[in-house]
Design a protein around this ligand. Structure first.
Ligand code: KIV
Ligand code: NA
Length: 265
């Protein structure tokens, strides 16, 4: 099967075929996700929580992201690999962002993801113009948890909803190919997805009307010991193997049965 490219993702968006994205941090799971039909593997800085046991993603370093990206890249061929830029590796300047994004691309990523709205547009454009595809991330941005006052739903007020929409449009204009919408009301995520012309939306706790879905692997498998968010579904329920659980996730994303009403804000 041909590797998933930017062109293929754009085609999936226009043909309204849902994009199934899931995190992985090592070669064995990357291979399993590939066999299960996952389109995009995110080497997320959620590894700070689910692998390292931290209470936030803030301690994750660029060296750790490079290492896990290399591990994932050795395990699969077809999925697009997106690597998270960790806290402190891109906020300083576009030049700093490029230097660190280049390390992730050399490690095997095909795209990098960074958190932030319109104020990151200049950096997004700087990377895209220099050959590095970008996935943006707005709504609940975990690296800003201290500023946001906790892991809570974003875009509930009229003003914050308008800001989120403006952020999405600015990031699209800057050339971002994808945007993760995390923990926002389903109606807002639906409106944002409809307002965009080319950037595909990937939801997590953002309802079913986005162009794709993402979950953290350990949440999907029910192995993360912490409190589980409303948007999480344990796909091991009713599955006889990990591979079947991941396949069931892909099928549920593709046929629109995940997320259901109970996972939505
Ligand atoms: O780090 C991560 O796993 C993420 C997803 C939750 C979108 O950023
Ligand atoms: Na992340």
């Amino acid at each position: 099967e041909r590797p998933v490219t930017l062109t293929e993702l754009a085609k999936m968006r226009t043909e309204q075929r849902k994009i199934a994205m899931l995190t992985a941090y090592d070669a064995s799971f990357a291979a399993l996700l590939e066999r299960s039909g996952v389109d995009v593997i995110l080497v997320g800085d959620s590894l700070g929580n689910v692998l390292q046991g931290h209470g936030s993603t803030l301690p994750v370093t660029i060296e750790q992201m490079v290492y896990h990206t290399q591990c994932v890249a050795r395990g699969c061929k077809r999925p697009m690999i997106i690597a998270d830029m960790p806290f402190g590796s891109y906020q300083e300047s576009p030049a700093q962002a490029f230097r660190n994004a280049a390390l992730l691309m050399a490690a095997g990523a095909h795209m990098v993801k960074l958190e932030g709205g319109a104020y990151m547009a200049e950096t997004v454009r700087f990377l895209v113009e220099r050959g590095i595809p970008v996935c943006a991330h707005i709504g609940l941005t975990p690296q800003a948890v201290n500023q946001l006052g906790g892991y809570r739903v974003q875009g509930r007020t009229e003003e914050s909803a308008r800001r989120l929409k403006d952020d999405a449009l600015a990031l699209e204009a800057a050339g971002a190919a994808l945007v993760v919408l995390e923990m926002v009301p389903a109606t807002l995520a639906s409106e944002v997805s409809a307002a965009l012309k080319s950037m595909a939306t990937i939801g997590i706790g953002a309802g079913k009307d986005t162009d794709g879905q993402v979950l953290v692997l350990h949440d999907l498998l029910g192995v993360f010991p912490g409190k589980k968010a409303r948007f999480v579904r344990n796909f091991m329920d009713g599955a006889s193997s990990i591979e079947q659980a991941v396949t069931n996730y892909v099928v549920a994303v593709k046929d629109g049965s995940f997320p259901a009403a109970e996972h939505v804000y």
